[in-house]
Design a protein around this ligand. Structure first.
Ligand code: ZN
Length: 491
């Protein structure tokens, strides 16, 4: 139905390419998923929505997509602080939990919060901890091929040896010489031939409780390995698309390429895609900067950076209003503009049910549709796609006001355009209630709690207590304050 083909920016070639699946109509899509070490936050949402739109659009184009997104539940060394400390282990000790209990808790929390954004669940969500045998087999293959070495119960990838035959740095553009002079001190670094070698298998010290037996002794797999292993297992040695955040490009994805190539003798990925980062008022999001916002806080508005609560659909729409390869700056002003923008589109869509129909249309709907799809085909340019829907909304309002006209077939076509682009592919929900549940609930609570204050002022304590008790029974926590009240919904 569209004249143009889908074009995607391929990070490894640094240019846009027409998307041609290896084995149509099948498409293999692998995306690096969350590390389940803590509560889901704003940083988790952008990749989830970016690849959800891609998944939805590929399905819309009648491809049969197998979307694999992993769960990193093995307590790996963190990228920012490679100090050998196991994050899950640390939390498990503090809270006296089985480490898998911690991982499961945050996995559930991630899935629950992300589902609020109407993000479709992937076809397969494999956990690193469930694929230890496969990871060991891949290490064995890399050792056999001569690109890894064993040292004191740990197995390291031999970057220099690999680079003699293949090109390490192909994706990131980094050169081994530069890497040599820029590396930091790491625990166990003296075991490695070169500082840029990375662990495929780490020996577990006695205190380390997340551990598995192996032919090299008790230990745990290196973080980069799980993605190479699980993508190969579920999508084959060569597959179509690998996505992830730009922060994963190096070293994670560079290492993935090296591991898969070293094990299988060929590159595994045809198209690499990277979504850009979210900034908050121009700054990187970080715990130390005080601008680290959890999803729970976004939905309740309870964070010092937030003027109010924002619904998942407002946030989703806000993300679609930027191209996935651009940075996206989070501010109250921008979010509130998105909230209004989404409302404008949903109002226009609702108007379609009772517009006066004429013989002729005063607008070229076919061209608008073509342009909107062209934008999507141009590396998923959702902001331009949405700008065409805003044009359509303006036209719909003019038809309603009687200054423009529409015929019945164009009316049907407009409904289809909104259904396909905004709801089916964009993943927004058509009813306004779902977009503003939190603020509507807030209004209702204000009404009830103001009634309670009025009752107290009239010394009608029976009514005041009844309102409080019944709200508490319904799962609300009510706190009286000097200047009013506060409430929250128990989870
Ligand atoms: Zn990964």
């Amino acid at each position: 139905m569209t004249k143009n083909k889908l074009v995607l920016y391929n990070s490894i070639k640094k240019k846009k390419e027409v998307f041609e699946p290896l084995n149509p109509p099948f498409v293999g899509l692998y995306v690096c998923g969350p590390t389940v070490y803590g509560d889901p936050h704003l940083g988790h949402v952008r990749p989830a929505i970016t690849y959800d739109v891609l998944f939805r659009y590929l399905k819309y184009l009648n491809y049969r997509v197998r979307y694999v997104r992993n769960i990193t539940d093995v307590g790996h060394l963190e990228r920012d602080s490679d100090d050998g400390e196991d994050k899950i282990l640390k939390k498990a000790i503090i809270e006296q939990l089985e480490p898998m209990e911690v991982a499961q808790y945050y996995t559930n929390s991630y899935k629950y919060q992300i589902s609020k954004f109407n993000v479709l669940p992937p076809s397969i969500e494999p956990q690193a901890s469930g694929h230890i045998i496969e990871q060991q087999q891949m290490i064995g293959q890399i050792l056999k091929n001569g690109y890894a070495y064993l040292k004191n119960g740990s197995v390291y990838f031999d970057v220099e040896e690999y680079n003699k035959k293949y090109n390490y740095g192909k994706l990131s553009g980094r050169k081994i010489d530069e890497l040599l002079s820029n590396t930091r001190e790491l625990e166990g670094q003296d075991e490695k031939k070169n500082s840029f070698d990375f662990a495929l298998w780490k020996r577990a010290e006695d205190k380390h409780i997340m551990r598995w037996p192996s032919e090299w002794g008790d230990g745990f797999p290196g973080w980069h390995l799980e993605c190479s292993t699980m993508s190969t297992k579920y999508l084959g040695e060569v597959f179509d698309i690998h996505g992830g955040g730009m922060d994963l490009l190096f070293p994670h994805h560079e290492c993935e390429i090296a591991q898969s190539t070293a094990a299988n003798g060929k590159e595994s990925v045809k198209y690499w895609m990277h979504n850009n980062m979210i900034t908050i008022e121009g700054q990187k999001m970080g715990k130390s900067l005080g601008n680290f916002i959890l999803l729970e806080e976004m939905f309740s508005g309870k964070h010092e950076k937030l003027e109010k609560a924002y619904s998942p659909m407002t946030i989703r729409f806000f993300m679609l209003q930027a191209h996935y390869r651009s940075t996206l700056d989070f501010s109250n002003e921008a979010l509130q503009a998105s909230e209004k923008g989404l409302e404008r589109l949903l109002n226009a869509f609702q108007l379609l049910d009772n517009l006066p129909v004429s013989e002729k249309s005063s607008y070229d709907i076919e061209t608008l549709k073509q342009r909107a799809f062209n934008a999507l085909n141009d590396d998923l340019n959702t902001p331009v796609m949405l700008s065409h829907l805003f044009d359509a909304a303006k036209y719909i309002n003019s038809v309603k006001a009687g200054t423009e006209s529409i015929n019945s077939s164009d009316l049907a076509s407009l409904k289809e355009i909104f259904n396909d682009l905004l709801f089916d592919i964009g993943g927004l929900l058509p009813d306004k209630e779902s977009s503003s549940t939190d603020s509507k609930l807030g209004e209702v609570m204000d009404i009830l709690l103001n009634l309670r204050i009025a009752a107290k002022a009239n010394k009608d304590f029976a009514t005041a207590d009844k309102i409080r008790d019944q709200l508490q029974a319904a799962g609300f926590i009510i706190k009286d304050k000097k200047d009013g009240f506060e409430w929250e919904l128990k989870n």
